[in-house]
Design a protein around this ligand. Structure first.
Ligand code: HEM
Length: 240
């Protein structure tokens, strides 16, 4: 009975890990695409439109998108089931000083996961559900797949910029632990490779989080006509 319980838990953990890794692969592609909203190259707007047009029309991407949505649902559903199962199996949370290998990030995975889920819901309301036709196209935008003006419109609201920045920070914490945890669940537990994966996980989480946060930060800074920077002094909107 206990063996069966452990085995089914392991299967669920594996599903959580595989689905999580699939979402992790999607993130760098998503980040690079969205960075072209910012003036990082002279023809950034055209590059952004070309990439999003390709993503919207290439048939293989449609299949990947369906797998991605399924991965998100599986990851969230089984994470919650495992969390509830663990709580039920061990209702009294005991502390063993010095015996815990938990880090602050691993201890708060369910909490950072809930924030991430909240972010995804807000994010889908802002873009994805509009693309699918589940929500109306915002005023002033003609095409439901034209994300360039949609992003500009959304982040012209400073509150949205701040909401995105705040919600993206726990996302980074979640990613940091998720990366190494997924490999461990899939059986990669090695005296040399595990520390390397842990370092790669830290770098990945930092780069992805700062990368995504840089987008609302840019809009927030350019929306302030004049601000006083401790390093550069007074900076005007047109200086940025
Ligand atoms: C400031 C940061 C971000 C911006 C500007 C942004 C922008 C977008 C846009 C425009 C879309 C619609 C694209 C489409 O449906 O073809 C989209 C979809 C999506 N975003 Fe983001 N995104 C950001 C951060 C994130 C983060 C951090 C995650 C995950 C943790 C995420 C997950 C998704 C997913 C799963 C979809 C739907 C799949 C897709 O259509 O590509 N996004 N995002």
């Amino acid at each position: 009975m206990a063996y069966k319980f452990r085995q089914s838990s392991l299967t669920k953990k594996m599903l959580v890990a595989c689905a999580g890794l699939f979402v992790i692969i999607f993130l760098p592609v998503h980040l690079i695409t969205n960075l072209f909203v910012l003036p990082i190259t002279p023809d950034h707007e055209q590059t952004f439109r070309e990439i999003t047009h390709f993503l919207a029309t290439f048939p293989v991407i449609k299949i990947i998108e369906i797998v991605l949505m399924a991965a998100i649902v599986v990851h969230v559903a089984y994470s919650v089931i495992l969390y509830l199962q663990n709580r039920r199996a061990r209702p009294v949370r005991y502390k063993r000083p010095g015996h815990s290998e938990q880090t602050p990030f691993s201890r708060f995975m369910i909490h950072t996961g809930i924030v991430l889920a909240l972010f995804i819901v807000i994010h889908f309301i802002n873009f994805y559900f509009i693309k699918l036709g589940l929500l109306p196209v915002p005023e002033g935008i003609e095409n439901r797949e034209d994300f360039y003006p949609m992003i500009y419109r959304l982040f012209s609201d400073q509150y949205y910029c701040i909401v995105y920045i705040i919600l993206l920070i726990p996302t980074g914490f979640h990613l940091d632990h998720a990366f190494q945890s997924a490999f461990q669940t899939l059986g990669l537990n090695h005296p040399i490779y595990t520390p390397i994966i842990r370092v790669i996980g830290h770098i990945f989480a930092i780069v992805i989080t700062i990368g995504f946060i840089s987008i609302p930060v840019y809009f927030l800074l350019t929306s302030i006509p004049v601000f006083h920077c401790p390093i550069y002094g007074t900076v005007q909107y047109q200086d940025l």
